[in-house]
Design a protein around this ligand. Structure first.
Ligand code: CP3
Length: 357
């Protein structure tokens, strides 16, 4: 861990929280838990705020970002907050004209398909995302000992939105560029990696306690293509944060075949979806990284005894891992009853409670 590496004594605070300790594979008083998309439409207090403010605008207003980020922490007692933002926020700051359309997702005005298009993606720094810097500082002050997770989209997932022009089931145009014009593909991903690394550095400098790199759609690739076309760029981002002193979480969906590579890319924690049991995932990832996951978000829509049995199984299978952060295998669905999320947090804590050391 960082504290040990720096030779500093442990001081408590977010760097000594169960969440950060689990990421570092250190002993924890209980298995920490947070939920991807914990801030969002499952919460009536979120829907109320967002009723009058468009998504991207809400990401650019530090007081709104702060309030929305804190809502699930207050309500559920989760072990970490995640900054309210979106993976396309830095891409918009880099000069790409896009919007987040309700019920659809990011939509790009002019898709990125040529070398000239790639040139339109400009480098960013703190000035281009000053609202993120400000929001993180406000949040760190409010959160006390609760860690704040910063995040960004990984080059492949960002490239998919930019090349397709919006959400895609097949990622056909993206893969066509990857295989048909590797030089252009690598130029695009190198630009995106630079933007992503800068965006994460702003968050780290402002005080986040961990970062998560979302490569949500990487599971669309074979392992060979992932290693050849994507991993070098994600490694650039994660490697660029190696001495930032915060754990790096690397997440994707449908990535059972990619788990080892996603760890090797430079992650301290690998996110696992519900398709791969955590003990199997640990076997693939190895002893040097923690795992995060992996309740199927649709299970939260089932009767409580079903939820309870699945949570028990996952807490048990997580014991095989060198560190386990409980989460869903993907984001909270908007139709989820938030009281079920609150009960899951309490149950994970109860099932995993270890005597004080
Ligand atoms: O609580 C959190 O997890 C933090 C907030 C967060 C959002 N987006 C807010 C958001 C995070 C971490 C993201 C990341 C993100 N955005 C990803 C990677 C994670 C994943 O889900 O795989 C991706 C692929 C996106 C792109 C994106 N943005 C999609 C697919 C959508 C959903 C479109 C819809 O309306 O269903 C968005 C919009 C978005 N981002 C919402 C939220 C809360 C919904 C906006 C709303 O409330 O209407």
């Amino acid at each position: 861990g960082t504290a040990a590496r720096d030779g500093e004594p442990r001081r408590g605070g977010p760097a000594d929280s169960p969440f950060v300790r689990a990421c570092r594979r250190e002993p924890v008083p209980h298995t920490p838990v947070w939920f991807m998309r914990q801030a969002g439409r499952s919460l009536p207090e979120y829907r109320e705020i967002r009723a009058s403010v468009p998504m991207l605008e809400s990401c650019r207003r530090p007081e709104l970002v702060t309030e929305i980020t804190l809502q699930p922490v207050r309500r559920h007692g989760v072990d970490a907050a995640i900054l309210f933002s979106d993976i396309v926020v830095p891409v918009a700051a880099a000069g790409i004209d896009l919007d987040i359309v309700p019920g659809t997702g990011p939509v790009v005005a002019e898709p990125v398909r040529t070398a000239a298009d790639v040139e339109r993606i400009s480098p960013i720094g703190r000035d281009e995302v000053s609202y993120v810097d400000e929001a993180v500082r406000l949040l760190v002050a409010e959160l006390g000992d609760t860690p704040l997770i910063g995040f960004a989209g990984a080059p492949f997932t960002l490239a998919s939105y930019l090349v397709e022009g919006g959400p895609s089931r097949t990622h056909a145009r993206t893969k066509a560029m990857m295989h048909g014009d590797p030089e252009l593909w690598h130029a695009l991903c190198a630009r995106l990696a630079e933007v992503t690394l800068s965006f994460l550095r702003v968050q780290v400098d402002a005080g986040v306690s961990a970062v998560q790199l979302f490569d949500s759609w990487a599971g669309a690739l074979s392992e060979a293509d992932y290693r050849r076309f994507v991993m070098p760029h994600s490694s650039y981002v994660l490697g660029g944060l190696a001495d930032a002193g915060v754990p790096r979480i690397h997440f994707g969906v449908g990535t059972g075949e990619l788990l080892a590579a996603m760890g090797e890319a430079g992650a301290d924690v690998v996110g696992v979806d519900w398709r791969t049991p955590l003990d199997v995932a640990t076997g693939r990832i190895g002893p040097d990284r923690a795992v995060q996951g992996n309740l199927d978000p649709t299970v939260l829509l089932a009767p409580w005894p079903v939820v309870e049995a699945e949570v028990r199984r996952i807490v048990e299978q997580g014991r095989a891992a060198p560190g386990h952060v409980f989460n869903l295998g993907h984001g909270v669905l908007p139709e989820t009853d938030p009281d079920v999320l609150t009960r899951v947090v309490a149950l994970v804590h109860e099932l995993s409670a270890r005597p004080a050391r």
